[in-house]
Design a protein around this ligand. Structure first.
Ligand code: NAI
Length: 774
C-alpha cells in the first residue's frame, strides 16, 4: 500500500469525551434543580425536563419559575445592589475570581454545555468556555477602571436578562460580566432548553465570593421571560428572536426601563473573484456550520462573484462532504445536534417549503437525535423567502453578483443588519465595502470573530445596543446626576391682532423649501401679554412623510467629511450670531421670560461644540487577541426623528440637531409645540448656511399628531423624544415595528451639556475586523 493509498483510505476514528464528571455533577443534585435566589437554591417545583438533543434522553429536571419566584429574585437583587455598587475595586476581584473559577472547571462546563445543547465538544471547549472566561477577565478590568474612567457613570440598578439557547454559558457571560462590573445586580433567565450551565455557574458564584443576591438565576420558558421583563427591574437585556424582541420593546415602552436587544440576522458572506478561495470555503465552515448554524451572526447568505460561482460551489460541496456529523461528545465531530426537536422542525419546514434554487445536502445524519445535514441551496433570488428569513440551522443559501455595487445592494437587501464577511485579496476593495454594508460587524477575510474588547451588536431589526468593549458599558450605566422633571407649559392665550399687516404664518421646512402644511391648518401663537406673535403651521402625517422622503434624498450628507460638516456648523453659528438679538427677543416674547440672550449664547455654544466634535469624535482600534485589528468606526445612523421639548425652544432644537447632523445624520425635527416660532425663524438661518436640502427638516404643530408616525416610520432609523412622558411612551411603543433605536427622556429636563450622550446617540459603532494574515 502506497503512502497516497493510506491517505486516501484514512478516516477519523472516534475520540469520545467522557460525560462522567458532568453526569456525576447532575447526580449530586439528584438531577433536579430549583432557582438560584439570594445565594441559595430553592426547592425544585413545577419541573420540566432538560434533554440531550443528541440522544433525546432527559438530563435533569429544572423548575418553571412562578411570579413569586421572579419577585423574590428581584427583591434579592435589589437588596444586594447598593453594597455591590460601592467599590469597583472589590467587584474587580470578584469578577476575576469568577473568571478563574470558570477556568478551573472549564472541562465540566464544556461537557455539560455539549450534553445540554448538542454543540460539538470541540466548540464548547475551544470557543464557548474560553470566550466566557475572557469576558469575565476583561470586565474585571472594567470594574477596576470604572471610577477613574467613567466618573460620571452610575449603575442602573437591577438588570433583568433573558438569554437564548445557542450559546448558553457565553451569553450568560456577555450579559452578566458588564452588568456586574458596572455595579448592577442581576436576575437572569436562561433559555428553557439549556439552563444547566447557568445553574452550574450559580454554584460557582458562591465559590468565587459573589455576595448573595448579586446574581440570581431563575429558570423556565418564555412566560417566565415575560415576567422578568415586567418585573421591577431597571434594565432589560435580551438576546433571542426578533419576534420576541418586538414584544419586549412593546412591553417595556414607557416603563423607563433601559433596554438592549440583540436579535437575529441573515448575515451576508461575500466572496469576490480575487479571494483566496480555499480560505473562503474554509471560512464558510465556520460561518454557517459552526454550532449547526444556530448563530445570530452566522454567514447564512452566500453572495459569490458570478465568474467564480461554479468553481466555488464545487469546492464547497466537496468540503461539505468531508464534514462529520454525529455525537457532539466526539472530538472529531464538526456538526452536532440541533438544540431541540421544535427547532429541528422549524428548519425542516422552512427548507421543505422552499421551491426555488438547487439543493445539496451532505453527510449521513444519525438515525436518532436532533440532527440536520449541512445544506446548500444555490441559485436563489435575493427576494426568495430563504434569502430573507433567518433559518437558524445548518442551511446556507446562495446567489451571485456581478459588481461590488451589486454586492452591496444584495447584501443590504434584508431587514437585518448584524454582521457581514467580505472575502477579497484586495484590501482597498474590502475597506471600500465595509462602510457600505448595513451591519454592526464586518469581518474582512474572516468570520465569527468576537472578543470582549470589541462591541458586538447590530443595526435595523438585528436590534440595538452593543455588548463588549467600552461601547458596551453604556448599556449598563446612567449619568450619576438624576435629572429633574419638566413642568408642562401651557401656551399663552390672547386675542391680539398682528402688529403689522404682513403675513406672519411660519411654514414648515421640508427638503430645503418652506412648505405649507398638508392639512392647511395653522395656529395663533401668543405672547405672555396676549399679543399675537405669529402663526405656526400644524404638520400632520403627510408632512412627516414628505420630510422623511426629503431626508432620504439627502443621504449623501452621511458621506461628507467631518471637516465639511464642521465648517457648515460654524457658518450656521455665524449666521445665528448675526441675528442674536432678534432671536433673544423672540424667545423672551414666546416664553414670557428674559432668558433669551442666555439661550442664544448657549445655542451658539452648542453649534461650536458639535462643529468641534464633527471632525474629532473618532473611533477606536480595539486590541483584540488576534494578529490584526478591530476598527471601531463611528457611523451616522441615517435619518433621526426628533421631538423637541418646550424647555428652551431654540437650544432644545439646536443642540440635538447640531449633534445629529455633525455626525452625518439627516433630521426630521418636530419643534417645541408651545413655542414653535424660534424654530421657524431658524429656517432663514438654515437657508443661508449651506446646509444641503433635506438634512434638516422642521415641522411644527401638535406632537401628538406626529409622534406615533415618527416612531413607526420604516425609513426613520432612530427617534429622540425630549418632550413629555406620554410622547416618550408613544415613540417607544410605535418603534417596535422596525425596532429602531430610541432615545427618550420620559419627561425629564434634557441635559444639553452632556455632549458625549448626544454624540453616542448620534452614532452607531461598526467593528471592522481586519486580520493581518499569517
Ligand atoms: P426565543 O427568542 O423565543 O427565545 C430566547 C429567550 O427568550 C428564551 O430564554 C425564551 O424563554 C425567552 N422568551 C420567549 N418568549 C419571551 C417573551 N415573550 N418575553 C420574554 N422572554 C421570552 O427563541 P426561540 O423560540 O427559542 O427560537 C426561535 C427562533 O428565534 C429561532 O429559530 C431563531 O431564528 C431565533 N433565535 C435567534 C437567536 C439569536 O441569537 N439571534 C437566539 C435564539 C433564537
Amino acid at each position: 500500500m502506497s503512502v497516497s493509498d493510506i491517505y486516501q483510505s484514512m478516516d477519523y476514528g472516534p475520540a469520545p469525551e467522557s460525560a462522567a464528571e458532568a453526569m456525576a455533577w447532575l447526580d449530586a443534585h439528584k438531577r433536579k434543580f430549583g432557582h438560584f435566589i439570594g445565594g441559595d437554591f430553592t426547592k425544585p417545583a413545577k419541573t420540566f425536563a432538560s434533554r440531550n438533543p443528541a440522544t433525546c434522553e432527559d438530563l435533569a429536571q429544572i423548575s418553571q419559575a412562578s411570579q413569586k419566584d421572579v419577585e423574590a429574585a428581584v427583591k434579592a437583587a435589589r437588596a444586594a445592589q447598593p453594597a455591590w455598587a460601592k467599590s469597583g475595586a472589590k467587584r474587580a476581584r470578584v469578577l476575576y475570581a469568577l473568571a478563574r473559577a470558570l477556568q478551573k472547571h472549564s472541562r465540566l462546563f464544556a461537557v455539560l454545555e455539549t450534553l445540554d445543547n448538542g454543540k460539538p465538544i470541540r466548540e464548547a471547549r475551544d470557543i464557548d468556555v474560553p470566550l466566557a472566561q475572557r469576558h469575565f477577565y476583561y470586565h474585571a478590568g472594567m470594574a477596576q477602571l470604572m471610577a477613574s474612567e467613567l466618573p460620571d457613570a452610575a449603575p442602573l440598578g437591577v438588570c433583568g436578562q433573558v438569554i437564548p439557547w445557542n450559546f448558553p454559558l457565553l451569553m450568560l457571560a456577555w450579559k452578566l460580566a458588564p452588568a456586574l462590573a458596572m455595579g448592577n445586580t442581576v436576575v437572569l433567565k436562561p433559555a428553557e432548553y439549556t439552563s444547566l450551565t447557568a445553574l452550574l455557574f450559580a454554584e460557582i458564584c458562591a465559590e468565587a465570593g459573589v455576595p448573595k443576591g448579586v446574581v440570581n438565576i431563575i429558570t423556565g420558558d418564555g412566560a417566565v421571560g415575560e415576567m422578568v421583563v415586567a418585573a421591577d427591574v431597571d434594565k432589560v437585556a435580551f438576546t433571542g428572536s426578533t419576534a420576541v424582541g418586538r414584544r419586549i420593546r412593546a412591553a417595556t415602552a414607557g416603563s423607563g426601563k433601559a433596554l438592549t436587544l440583540e436579535l437575529g440576522g441573515k448575515s451576508p458572506y461575500i466572496v469576490f473573484d480575487d479571494a483566496d478561495i480555499d480560505s473562503a470555503v474554509e471560512g464558510l465552515v465556520d460561518a454557517i456550520w459552526f454550532n449547526q448554524g444556530q448563530v445570530c451572526c452566522a454567514g447564512s447568505r452566500l453572495l459569490v462573484h458570478e465568474g467564480i460561482a461554479d468553481r466555488f460551489y464545487a469546492k464547497l460541496r466537496r468540503r461539505m462532504e468531508g464534514l462529520r456529523i454525529g455525537d457532539p461528545l466526539d472530538k472529531c465531530i464538526d456538526v452536532g445536534a440541533i438544540v431541540d426537536p421544535s427547532q429541528l422542525a422549524q428548519i425542516t419546514r422552512l427548507v421543505e417549503e422552499n421551491q426555488a434554487g438547487e439543493m445539496f445536502q451532505a453527510g449521513q445524519v444519525p438515525e436518532t437525535g436532533c440532527f440536520y445535514p449541512p445544506t446548500l441551496i444555490t441559485g436563489l433570488h435575493p427576494a426568495d423567502t430563504l434569502m430573507q428569513e433567518e433559518i437558524f440551522g445548518p442551511v446556507l443559501v446562495a446567489t451571485t453578483f456581478r459588481t461590488p455595487a451589486e454586492a452591496v445592494q444584495v447584501a443590504n437587501n434584508t431587514s437585518y443588519g448584524l454582521a457581514a464577511s467580505v472575502w477579497t485579496e484586495n484590501i482597498n476593495l474590502a475597506l471600500d465595502m465595509a462602510p457600505k454594508l448595513a451591519a454592526g460587524i464586518v469581518w474582512v477575510n474572516g468570520t465569527n470573530m468576537m472578543d470582549a474588547a470589541a462591541g458586538f451588536g447590530g443595526v435595523r431589526e438585528s436590534g440595538f445596543g452593543r455588548e463588549g468593549g467600552w461601547e458596551g458599558l453604556a448599556a449598563y450605566t446612567r449619568p450619576k446626576t438624576k435629572p429633574k422633571m419638566q413642568k408642562p407649559v401651557a401656551a399663552f392665550t390672547g386675542t391680539g391682532a398682528p402688529t403689522d399687516p404682513i403675513d406672519r404664518t411660519a411654514k414648515l421646512y421640508i427638503g430645503g423649501k418652506q412648505a405649507r402644511p398638508d392639512a392647511g391648518y395653522s395656529r395663533n401663537i401668543y405672547g405672555k401679554k396676549g399679543q399675537l406673535l405669529g402663526q405656526a403651521s400644524l404638520a400632520n402625517r403627510k408632512d412627516l412623510r414628505n420630510a422623511v422622503e426629503a431626508a432620504q434624498k439627502a443621504a449623501s450628507w452621511s458621506k461628507t467629511t467631518g471637516a465639511l460638516r464642521a465648517q457648515i456648523l460654524y457658518y450656521m453659528a455665524e449666521n445665528l450670531a448675526a441675528r442674536g438679538d432678534e432671536f433673544a427677543k423672540r424667545i423672551n416674547d414666546l416664553t414670557g421670560t428674559t432668558t433669551g440672550k442666555a439661550e442664544v449664547e448657549a445655542s451658539l455654544d452648542a453649534l461650536f461644540t458639535y462643529a468641534a466634535w464633527a471632525d474629532k469624535y473618532d473611533g477606536q482600534v480595539h486590541g483584540v487577541p488576534i494578529r490584526g485589528v478591530a476598527l471601531a468606526m463611528k457611523e451616522p445612523l441615517g435619518t433621526i426623528g426628533m421631538i423637541c421639548s418646550d424647555a428652551q425652544p431654540l437650544l432644545g432644537l439646536i443642540a440635538p440637531m447640531a449633534a445629529a447632523i455633525g455626525m452625518g445624520n439627516r433630521t426630521v425635527i418636530h419643534a417645541s409645540q408651545t413655542y414653535p416660532l424660534a424654530a421657524t425663524d431658524l429656517i432663514q438661518v438654515l437657508e443661508t448656511s449651506d446646509i444641503p436640502a433635506g438634512v434638516v427638516n422642521i415641522l411644527t404643530g401638535d406632537r401628538a399628531d406626529v409622534a406615533q408616525h415618527m416612531g413607526a416610520h420604516m425609513d426613520i432609523d432612530a427617534v429622540w423624544s425630549f418632550a413629555d412622558e406620554a410622547t416618550s411612551t408613544t415613540v417607544e411603543a410605535a418603534s417596535a415595528g422596525n425596532l429602531k433605536r430610541t432615545w427618550v427622556n420620559h419627561g425629564a429636563v434634557p441635559d444639553w451639556s452632556d455632549s458625549h450622550a448626544l454624540l453616542s446617540h448620534a452614532t452607531e459603532v461598526k467593528n471592522i475586523w481586519v486580520p493581518y494574515g499569517e
